[in-house]
Write a protein that binds this ligand. Structure first.
Ligand SMILES: [Zn+2]
Length: 89
C-alpha cells in the first residue's frame, strides 16, 4: 500500500499500541492492536483518519470502568454513551 507520508509504495499494514489521553484530560488508556501503517522510511504510524476514529470512540463510547488498557476491537464494540445524559450540563 502507499505510504501516506512519503513516496514509498511498499508500506505495510501493521498494528500499534498507543497511549491515549481520555477526553476529560485526567486519565489515559493504552489501546492495543490499532490498525496502523508501517513504512521502512517513516516507521509505524496511525493515519489521521484512525486518530480521528479513536478520538470519537473515546468521546462517544462507554469504556469499561477502571480498565487501563483495551484493544482497538474492544473500543470499537463498546456501547455508546447516553449522549442526552452527558450533554445536560
Ligand atoms: Zn513513508
Amino acid at each position: 500500500m502507499d505510504c501516506m507520508w512519503c513516496d514509498r509504495i511498499d508500506a505495510e499494514q501493521t498494528t500499534k499500541d498507543c497511549y491515549w489521553i481520555l477526553p476529560d484530560g485526567k486519565d489515559a488508556v493504552e489501546i492495543l492492536e490499532i490498525p496502523a501503517i508501517y513504512c521502512q522510511d517513516c516507521g509505524s504510524y496511525l493515519t489521521d483518519e484512525m486518530n480521528h476514529d479513536i478520538d470519537m470512540a473515546l468521546y462517544s463510547r462507554e469504556l469499561p470502568k477502571g480498565k487501563k488498557e483495551l484493544t482497538y476491537k474492544e473500543l470499537m464494540s463498546a456501547p455508546y454513551k447516553n449522549i442526552f445524559a452527558t450533554k445536560n450540563v
